[in-house]
Write a protein that binds this ligand. Structure first.
Ligand SMILES: Nc1ncnc2c1ncn2[C@@H]1O[C@H](COP(=O)(O)OP(=O)(O)OP(=O)(O)O)[C@@H](O)[C@H]1O
Length: 937
């Protein structure tokens, strides 16, 4: 009994055996490579059209052994071609019963495709046929050196006549397509056996010649030609692009996932077969299969294709790796191919007339008019996947694609506004007029996203008025500005009867009572059922309130907007942190653009799959998104863009909701008002009543002031000042900001001089949102807050000089923007008297040249309440009290001594909470302010 072999010995034997098999395989392949030429002229009419049969090695084998059965026996006839197989993997590949040879009892599936699939007698090889003439379709293409070397083989010139025909045939096939022959019929013809069992030319290449090739030192596969191909990934499958090779076809057929695509005339496989295929192909001499990019892991050993290249001595083939990318719009007229390098693709790009190469980004771009042409041609490159522009873009930019408009900016026609109130039209600033034109060009569906304070309201009213025939109009707004909108309609559309304006205040009100119906977001969701029949014209103010599709307000508004004919969205900050926030607003304006959020998310939100689902919080292709929005959805101008058209200060009166004054406070206010008009009151008593009214007003306005501030913050207002007078108001504001964790500072009469400067600096340098809560009388001078451009007056103060001083904390040297001033005015309070009083005073000062601006003309609703006799009396009292010299002082003192607890109002307010500034300081500052007002900065 012989000793068993050691593991090492066994390995060595196996290695030697593999080497021998490889040598033999090379030899056999050299012979096999000449066979298609021989078989080319055989009868073709009987060839199966089924591509999977056309190149079958069964047919091929019949040719090689005329004595074999003519019934498709696929078994190799040459016993030399059946090396015993020891490879487990190959076993797996070849164990399909129909491919098991039966004529050779000792046959075991071959481990090398080459050997298994090919068994042509060497003698059948035609001598001296230049290899590229037979197989050069691939080799010669794009690889000049390869074909050159091949031509220089010693046999290059010994062409036999019949083979010359073969050569012509093959050259035609190769050159006409520029691709390897892929026609299955053609491949079949090439592979077809001679039924006579003879090679067509009758010429014989002696075995010795085959050996001679090797002896001469010329690598065998150079003589017989080498084939290069590539694997191209397509989702979960990959495709093999290579010229016909019988042995390879045999490999293909052995793979369980094989599939032949008659359209592309290529074979494709599941990725699970990638490893086995590459491994088998590596063992086919003369076959170079470029692996898939990044698919190395699928092959057990590194690709030997490079080894083959090294053996052939040919330079490395150009990269044929699969490349994938996408088209991205980069301007109104151009798109870019965002894709990695591919030689074929670059060649294609260079055929485009409008091509441009950006050396910085290393990307190619083209005019949109060449988009279709380029995409069509790219489809002919199977190793390239260039994703098209989203359909939404091609629709939005159809004019550019069809070459009808290549203008860098959209041509927007001037709208005919003759049907709109001339007061409004003549008031429009040039950029506002352009906004209206854009809206009408967009058929009344747009997102007007002008910077804050640029007059979106006047534009929206004008656009809506253009479509007046389609009214009733619905205006959905934050509740804090419902009445401001009412005033704006009255101001800008004198043709509209104020009784036709319906401000919805409670859930019991009807939504459709007016020609213009103004409702808050929150009430809208409660009154949803009243929305039938739907409104045709809808304005949504602060439309970013709809950014979250899950909220009740969004769920209520979206169906309404989808069916409305005109949708006018207004927002100075349509998205505050990420593109996903824009989705609902885009959908509202253009319901067909991205009906599914996922498509939008993938393209513009850098969507990433996470273990818990998709993450859409990122951003991608923002430049393209901007272009799309500008083309068909949104108009946005920044203050800086239109600064020259803006006044330095823009004042706005914001009528705050009277509905927010609770019954107890209302009663206290009414009582105070009554006191003022009660007969037989001394002057002093009247003044006290006035002070009480003023204090009760402060208390009543608190909820509205806080709501307004929170709305501003939600709207993305980063930095602003809030002025108030009463301590109770200042306290309530700061408490709410603390609760909401909003950065803020507070300066009132109790703040030391040193702290004031520090706090001011803190606010100026704060990078994020910040609110400065300031006392009207204690922080209205000597401080600079130029990093903000908005001032909100929560309370009014009877002296306009003090107010203007306060405004100028922001509007001063260092301020580069136009400043917005919002005065919150509450109906049914002291504001009813203070506001007209302030305006009147300013008017007088303006006429005397002491006021830099006409206050009344810059604010809405200068006469927002009609004075009845009682009101007139109170007004007169206010006027008298605040106009008499020294009375201001007296009034402040009266406020000081005011004790709400002593009044029979049910309200117990601590006196110390009623004023924000110690009286002494107020007194001093008040006079200071007055002086500086009369000689403005
Ligand atoms: N053409 C105009 N003529 C007179 N006043 C104007 C004009 N345009 C705007 N205004 C005034 O400017 C102020 C700001 O306008 P508006 O409130 O419409 O701005 P906005 O863009 O809506 O700002 P925000 O985003 O802060 O709400 C208002 O008082 C408004 O009346």
């Amino acid at each position: 009994m012989s000793l068993p072999l050691t593991e090492e010995q066994r390995k060595k034997i196996e290695a030697n055996r593999q080497k021998a098999l490889a040598r033999r395989a090379e030899k056999l392949l050299a012979e096999q490579h000449q066979k298609p030429a021989q078989s080319k002229q055989g009868p073709s009419q009987n060839l199966p059209r089924d591509p999977s049969k056309s190149g079958s090695h069964g047919i091929f084998f019949k040719q090689q052994n005329p004595s074999s059965s003519s019934h498709g026996d696929q078994r190799p006839q040459n016993p030399h071609s059946f090396p015993p197989n020891t490879s487990e993997q190959a076993k797996g590949m070849w164990q399909r019963p129909e491919e098991m040879p039966t004529a050779c009892p000792s046959y075991r599936p071959p481990n090398q495709v080459t050997v298994a699939g090919i068994s042509p007698p060497l003698a059948n090889s035609p001598p001296g046929v230049p290899s590229q003439q037979l197989w050069g379709c691939e080799l010669g293409q794009g690889h000049p050196q390869a074909s050159l070397e091949t031509q220089s083989t010693p046999f290059a010139n010994t062409t036999h006549e019949p083979l010359a025909k073969v050569k012509n045939f093959q050259e035609t096939a190769a050159s006409s397509s520029g691709q390897p022959p892929r026609d299955p019929e053609l491949e079949a013809r090439m592979a077809r056996p001679s039924t006579s069992g003879q090679n067509i030319s009758g010429s014989v290449m002696p075995r010795t010649e085959g050996r001679l090739q090797q002896k001469a030192g010329t690598p065998l596969h150079r003589v017989v030609g080498s084939q290069q191909g590539r694997c191209i990934r397509n989702g979960e499958r990959f495709q093999v692009k290579i010229g016909y090779n019988e042995a390879l076809i045999a490999v293909f057929k052995s793979l369980p996932s094989r599939s032949y695509d008659p359209a592309t005339k290529t074979w494709n496989f599941s990725m699970t077969d990638y490893g086995p295929l590459m491994k088998a192909a590596q063992r086919l001499p003369g076959i170079t299969l470029q692996p898939l990019e990044g698919a190395e892991g699928h092959v057990e050993s590194p690709s030997t294709s490079s080894g083959i290249i090294a053996k052939t001595g040919l330079p490395a083939a150009p990269s044929l790796a699969f490349v994938k990318g996408q088209c991205v719009l980069i301007s109104r007229a151009r798109f870019e191919a965002d894709i990695s390098y591919s030689e074929d693709l670059i060649a294609l790009f260079k055929q485009m007339d409008s091509r441009k190469y950006d050396v910085k980004t290393r990307k190619w771009s083209f005019l949109l008019e060449e988009y279709s042409k380029l995409m069509e041609r790219v489809r002919g490159l199977p190793q390239v996947q260039l994703d098209p522009l989203p359909k939404t873009l091609t629709l939005a930019f159809a004019a550019q694609l069809q070459k009808t408009s290549l203008s860098p900016v959209a041509d927007i026609p001037e709208a005919d506004l003759s049907r709109v109130d001339s007061k409004l039209v003549s008031s429009l600033l040039p950029f506002q007029r352009a906004g209206v034109n854009f809206a009408i060009a967009q058929r009344g569906r747009l997102l007007l996203a002008d910077d804050m304070g640029l007059g979106k309201t006047i534009q929206a009213i004008c656009i809506a008025a253009y479509y007046r025939k389609e009214w009733p109009l619905l205006v959905v707004v934050p509740s804090s500005v419902r009445f401001t909108w009412e005033q704006a309609f009255c101001r800008w559309l004198p043709s509209l009867n104020p009784v036709d304006i319906n401000v919805v205040v409670t859930g019991k009100d009807r939504l459709t009572d007016g020609l213009v119906n103004i409702v808050s977001f929150d009430l809208l969701s409660k009154l949803e059922k009243q929305l039938k029949p739907p409104f045709k014209v809808v304005i949504i103010d602060e439309s970013h309130f709809l950014k979250n599709i899950k909220t009740a307000r969004c769920r209520a508004a979206m169906p309404l907007l989808k069916v409305a004919k005109r949708v006018i969205l207004l927002s100075g900050t349509p998205a505050m942190s990420r593109p996903a926030e824009l989705y609902t607003q885009i959908l509202a304006v253009r319901p067909t653009f991205f009906p599914q959020f996922h498509a939008f998310g993938l393209r513009y939100c850098g969507a990433k799959r996470q273990p818990w689902g998709w993450d859409y919080s990122g951003s991608s292709n923002l430049g393209e998104l901007k272009l799309l929005l500008e083309e068909a959805v949104m108009l946005r101008r920044l203050k800086g863009d239109v600064l020259s058209q803006l006044p330095a200060k823009q004042r706005k009166m914001v009528v705050v909701a009277p509905g927010q004054i609770n019954a107890r406070t209302r009663a206290a206010l009414d009582a105070a008002a009554k006191e003022m008009t009660t007969k037989d009151k001394t002057k002093q008593q009247q003044k006290e009543a006035l002070i009480l009214f003023f204090n009760r007003t402060a208390e009543a306005k608190i909820p509205s002031i806080i709501e307004y501030i929170l709305d501003l913050l939600e709207s993305g207002r980063e930095k602003f000042l809030v002025f108030a007078h009463h301590k109770v108001v200042l306290d309530a504001i700061t408490k709410e900001l603390e609760r909401k964790r909003v950065q803020h500072i507070r300066i009132d009469g109790s703040t030391s001089s040193a702290d004031r400067e520090d706090l001011c600096q803190q606010f100026q340098l704060s990078p994020g949102p910040a609110v400065a809560v300031l006392s009207i009388t204690a922080a209205n001078m000597g401080l600079t807050f130029s990093s903000a451009d908005l001032v909100v007056f929560g309370e009014l103060f009877w002296n306009p000089g003090v107010l203007m001083q306060a405004e100028d904390r922001v509007h001063r040297i260092g301020q580069l923007s136009s400043v917005s001033i919002h005065y919150l005015v509450a109906r049914g309070t002291a504001d009813d008297y203070l506001w007209p009083l302030i305006q009147e005073k300013i008017k007088v000062l303006g006429e005397a040249g002491l006021s830099e601006t006409n206050f009344s003309e810059m604010t809405e609703a200068t006469d927002y309440f009609s004075k009845d006799s009682k009101q007139q009396k109170i007004y007169n009292l206010f006027q008298k009290s605040f106009e008499e010299d020294g009375n201001d002082m007296e009034l402040l003192e009266a406020a000081e001594s005011f004790d709400p607890g002593s009044q029979d109002t049910g309200d117990k307010l601590d006196e110390s909470t009623l004023t924000g500034s110690p009286v002494k300081k107020k007194r001093f500052e008040f006079f200071d302010n007055w002086d500086s007002f009369t000689s403005p900065l």
